[in-house]
Design a protein around this ligand. Structure first.
Ligand SMILES: [Zn+2]
Length: 279
């Protein structure tokens, strides 16, 4: 990988970054990748208007300080768990995690469904423990997606633009603009979803939040270091609609802080560090 990544340095908080963040219009709202396209019946969640005064004042501790953003042409997060990735702020096409593991080597097939899903090693043990605890609680979590390369995202993006050009922008993320490229993000499924939605075999739907697995994850994922990237109201800052199935590993301390602050990672990051450059 690139050797030009800036070494970690003491961060400088720039609280004024928020004003820029919330006043900068994001591109046309887009949904996540192809595998996550909402069904035709999906009802977009109301978009909360986030203002500066509604945001709680956060006092980051030294261990939770955001890592400085690398130069625009080199948005390569390396080991940074907090890197901002949205429909506006993308990753370098050169970035791929170096510590990917195959989940089928560690989790039962009823969880992985036999897909060769990869994830970064750093998130593996917390994920295994979380899955085990969910199963002990009588739940049936499924893992539908993990790491997705820049190239895989590009293929998905091209496919949707070819097949449904009008809807491509809300069915897929541009390559470099999916948190799945970080290798720390997991999409979960539930066997209850199809029954709730009324569409056989459906894998992704907003109603995931009503499933037993979705309820449990919303309440407990932070204890294992996973945080919900796109809650209701995150569209303006992230470019993504509510995705109750999409969790990103940020470590237990950060995940718990975000839950306590009732914030999501991108919101927290844009409050506490300079706005990233746009590649
Ligand atoms: Zn996802």
């Amino acid at each position: 990988m690139e050797a030009t990544f800036n070494p970690p340095q003491l961060p400088t908080f720039v609280p004024t970054g928020l004003a820029t963040a919330v006043s900068t219009p994001l591109p046309t709202p887009k949904n996540n990748v192809a595998a996550e396209l909402p069904p035709p019946t999906i009802t977009p969640q109301p978009i909360a208007t986030t203002t500066v005064t509604q945001l709680p004042t956060s006092t980051p501790t030294a261990t939770l300080t955001p890592t400085p953003i690398s130069p625009c042409s080199k948005r390569i997060p390396q080991d940074d768990l907090f890197t901002i990735v949205t429909q506006t702020y993308g990753l370098s096409r050169e970035y791929a995690p170096q510590d990917l593991v195959l989940l089928t080597d560690y989790l039962p097939v009823d969880v992985t469904l036999g897909f060769p899903t990869e994830l970064r090693q750093i998130a593996l043990q917390p994920l295994i423990q979380m899955i085990a605890d969910m199963q002990s609680a009588g739940l049936q979590p499924r893992i539908l997606s993990g790491y997705r390369s820049y190239a895989a995202q590009a293929i998905s993006w091209d496919k949707w633009n070819r097949e449904e050009p009008e809807r491509a922008a809300i069915l897929s993320a541009r390559p470099g603009h999916s948190e799945h490229q970080l290798g720390t993000t997991v999409d979960f499924g539930s066997p209850e979803l199809a029954g709730i939605v009324g569409i056989p075999d459906i894998q992704f739907h907003t109603y995931f939040y009503q499933t037993s697995e979705g309820v449990w994850l919303a309440q407990n994922a932070h204890r294992y270091g996973f945080t919900l990237s796109y809650p209701r109201g995150a569209l303006e800052m992230t470019g993504f609609y509510y995705e109750p199935w999409h969790f990103r590993y940020v470590g237990e301390e950060m995940a718990t802080l975000l839950l306590d602050l009732e914030m999501y990672l991108t919101e927290y990051q844009l409050l506490n560090q300079p706005e990233p450059c746009i590649p």
